[in-house]
Design a protein around this ligand. Sequence first.
Ligand code: XMP
Length: 323
Amino acid sequence: DWVMDDFIENTVAKLREQIGDKKVILGLSGGVDSSVAAGLLSRAVGKQLTCVFVDQGLMRKDEGDFVEETFTKLFDMNFVRVNCKDRFLSALRGVTDPEQKRKIIGTEFYNVFWDKVREQGSDGFFAQGTIYPDRIESGKGNQAGQGSTAVIKTHHNMVEKPDDINFAGTIEPLGDLFKDEVRQVGEKLGIPHDLVWRQPFPGPGLGVRIIGEITEEKIKILQEADAVFRDEIRKSGIESQLKQFFAVLPDVRTVGVMGDHRTYDHLIAIRAVTTDDFMTADWARIPYDVLAKVSNRLCNEVEHVNRVVYDITSKPPGTVEWE
Ligand code: XMP
C-alpha cells in the first residue's frame, strides 16, 4: 500500500542523508525487528552497513544458516556471523539454575557482540531495530538498561553499550512503527515470509527451554523435536491461530517400550499459547488428532524421545517459557 511505500522511500532518503559516507553497525538477532531494520539500512547504504549476528548455538534448527543465507544472498551488506556455541557451552557447563543460566548467556552475548564491534571499528553509526512499543516500555522502566542513553535491543533485550565505545550516533529507523507496520515494511523489502512472520523467540534461545544443564546432545534433541512440532502445526492449518508454539526438554527420563525392548529416554513437552499481549496467555486447544500426529512423529523420528506431554497451564500461574 501507499503508506508503507512512502515510509520506505522517505526513510531511505533520510538515512542516506544522515549517514553520508560513514559506516553503520547493526546487531542482527534474526528476529523481525532487527531483520527489517537491516533490510532498510541495506537499501539505503548497502556495503556501508555491517550486521553482526552472534550465533550462540541456541537457535532453532537451521535458523542460523537461514539468517545468514537471507542476508548474504538477498541483501547488499557486510554480514558477520560469529559462531560461538562452544564458548557458550563451556560457560554453561554444570549450571542448572535458571537465573544463573540467563545471566551467563546474557554476559557471554554482551562480551562477544561488543568485542566484534570493537574489531569492526566504531567510527560510524550504531543502528538498532527498536520499535515504538519498545521506546514506550523502556520509558516505563520495566527493562534492564532503563535510564541509560545507549541501550540495545538484541537477543537479550536491552544491553548497555560499554563506555569505551563511542559512535557518531544511534539510528533507529523503526522507532515510530508498531509491529504490524514493521511486518508490512519487511514484506515490501523482500524479507522472507518466515522471517517477517517469525513467532517471538526469547533472547536466551533454547537455553530457557532446556531445563537443567545445557549440553550439545540436549540442544540437538530439542532442535529436532521443535522442528517436527512446528512442521505438524504448519501442516495442520492452525498456525495462524497460535501466538507461540515450541517444544521443551524438561530433562526428565522415563521408561518406555520400543518394539520388544525397554527404553529409558527423554520426555518432550510441547507448549502452544494464544494471547493478546503475552502478559497473560491461555494454552491453545490444539485438536486431538494434531496432538496425536505430533506425538507419533516425535517418538518415531526424534532419537532419544520416548514420551510426549502437552502443557495445559495458562499464564498465570505458568509463564509461557518454562524458565
Ligand atoms: P514468559 O515466559 O515470561 O514469556 O511468559 C513472555 C514472552 O516473552 C518471551 N521471553 C523473552 N523474550 N528475552 C526475550 O527477548 C527473554 O529473556 C525472554 N524470556 C521470555 C517469551 O518467549 C514470550 O513470548
